[in-house]
Design a protein around this ligand. Structure first.
Ligand SMILES: *[C@@H]1O[C@H](CO)[C@@H](O)[C@H](O)[C@H]1NC(C)=O
Ligand SMILES: *[C@@H]1O[C@H](CO)[C@@H](O)[C@H](O)[C@H]1NC(C)=O
Ligand SMILES: *[C@@H]1O[C@H](CO)[C@@H](O)[C@H](O)[C@H]1NC(C)=O
Ligand SMILES: *[C@@H]1O[C@H](CO)[C@@H](O)[C@H](O)[C@H]1NC(C)=O
Length: 379
């Protein structure tokens, strides 16, 4: 009888997990033209039709513009600061990587005011901008901000007061706090936080704290407005198409094991009643069917994983496709000679050892959750 109860319990467990996983996101990601960067909550693309309750969070909307190659590029307009092109969005770290569509980010940084935007700079550093005669900086190894200079003067941006004081041939243009990230030191530099001079050539990296979806993303979900909430609450949705299909199959298998098992154990119980003496021996001889295992995640096989393109990063650390400077899985910045693997359909790249491990357990891209075999499968 104990056996029967056990089986019935595990059977109801299967049914109940099936119900928990039924909550699906109904908001498909948006795309700007052919740009494979997925735009999803809290971001939205203005002027594109979306299902009800699928809007973005205030301050998180993009317009779609074309770049020089004609590819769509999401454009973020920051109040008081102008337009920025979006290179990459790290939903897990809640970080957005921006560049200037006009090619002179330092110019934009001078006017940057994040007061009325939901974004924050990771780090700020006080820079002194010096205008120097070209001859004075030639051969010094100092990095110059090329797009601010002209034929006769070069602009040097430095965080070092000593350097600024010693450059007697230069005139101080202005002193400004500039958002920086530790790893785009550009030209020569001292330790972190004290760069001698910078070309300010790296992308602008900003973070956001609200809405906080880090926990949801880390569990493999996607944040969105709660369909049931009238006050615009946020909830975590899961994309379990594959898992659910696996569960259906598993349920059928479980049923075909459980029903004969129940019948079997009833027979055994009766039999033990009738032949009391032999009961002990009989029970020992009857091997209980193994308890149903929880469904395994459906990963990809080695040969499929191996067939995805592998890239070895060069010194320039230039990545193909819409990729940031950080591996979204291990959250470590890429270094030259790192081996990356890219998922063919969405072109998202990761450290090869990180993504291989992931793909053995999951068949979807860890970033956009698109399954490589079904690229833009609507949720
Ligand atoms: C920013 O982009 C919007 C939409 O594309 C455009 O209407 C606006 O004029 C742009 N602003 C600047 C300062 O370029
Ligand atoms: C940013 O803009 C706000 C609103 O216009 C203003 O009050 C604030 O002083 C500005 N901050 C900076 C650093 O310019
Ligand atoms: C170059 O810029 C400096 C100041 O930044 C200015 O004084 C000078 O007139 C400019 N020269 C030319 C040729 O535009
Ligand atoms: C919305 O309400 C329905 C029925 O009341 C419930 O089954 C569902 O889980 C709720 N969804 C969310 C996201 O809370």
């Amino acid at each position: 009888m104990e056996l029967v109860i056990k089986i019935i319990l595990s059977f109801t467990f299967i049914l109940s997990t099936h119900q928990i996983q039924a909550q699906k996101n109904h908001c498909p990601p948006q795309y700007c033209g052919t740009n494979p960067l997925p735009i999803r909550f809290p971001f939205t693309l203005q002027g594109q039709q979306q299902p009800q309750n699928c809007g973005g969070y205030p301050g998180f909307s993009f317009t779609c513009s074309g770049d020089i190659e004609g590819r769509g590029v999401p454009l973020l307009t920051l109040p008081y600061s102008g337009n920025f092109s979006v290179r990459y969005i790290n939903y897990l770290m809640q970080e957005i990587q921006l560049y200037d569509p006009d090619g002179c980010l330092p110019q934009k940084l001078m006017a940057l005011n994040l007061t009325s935007s939901p974004f924050e700079a990771m780090y700020m550093d006080e820079f002194v901008f010096l205008s120097c005669p070209r001859a004075a900086v030639a051969g010094t190894g100092l990095a110059t901000v090329d797009c601010l200079g002209n034929a006769t003067s070069a602009v040097v941006a430095t965080t070092s007061g000593t350097l600024a004081g010693s450059m007697s041939m230069c005139t101080t243009m202005f002193k400004l706090p500039i958002p920086v990230s530790w790893d785009d030191g550009g030209g020569g530099g001292g330790g972190s936080g004290d760069w001698l001079s910078s070309d300010l050539g790296g992308d602008l990296r900003l973070t956001w704290s609200f809405p906080d979806c880090k926990g949801c993303e880390a569990r493999g979900g996607v944040c969105g407005y709660d369909r049931n909430s009238t006050v615009g609450g946020i909830t975590c949705y899961f994309h379990h198409e594959k898992g659910k299909r696996g569960l259906e199959v598993f349920k059928i298998i479980a049923l075909s094991i459980v029903i004969p098992a129940i019948l079997c154990s009833i027979c055994i119980s009766c039999f033990t009643c009738i032949v009391e003496r032999r009961a002990a021996r009989n029970r020992a001889a009857t091997v209980a069917p193994p308890p149903p295992q929880p469904p395994a995640m459906v990963g990809l096989d080695e040969s499929t994983i191996e067939s995805y393109k592998k890239v070895v990063l060069g010194e320039s650390k230039r990545l193909p496709g819409p990729n940031g400077v950080t591996c979204p899985i291990c959250l470590v910045d890429y270094c030259p000679k790192d081996e990356l693997r890219c998922i063919p359909e969405c072109q998202h790249c990761f450290h090869s050892e990180c993504v291989d491990e992931w793909l053995r357990l999951n068949s979807s891209c860890p970033l956009c959750r698109n399954s490589p075999s079904h690229p833009l499968e609507a949720v």
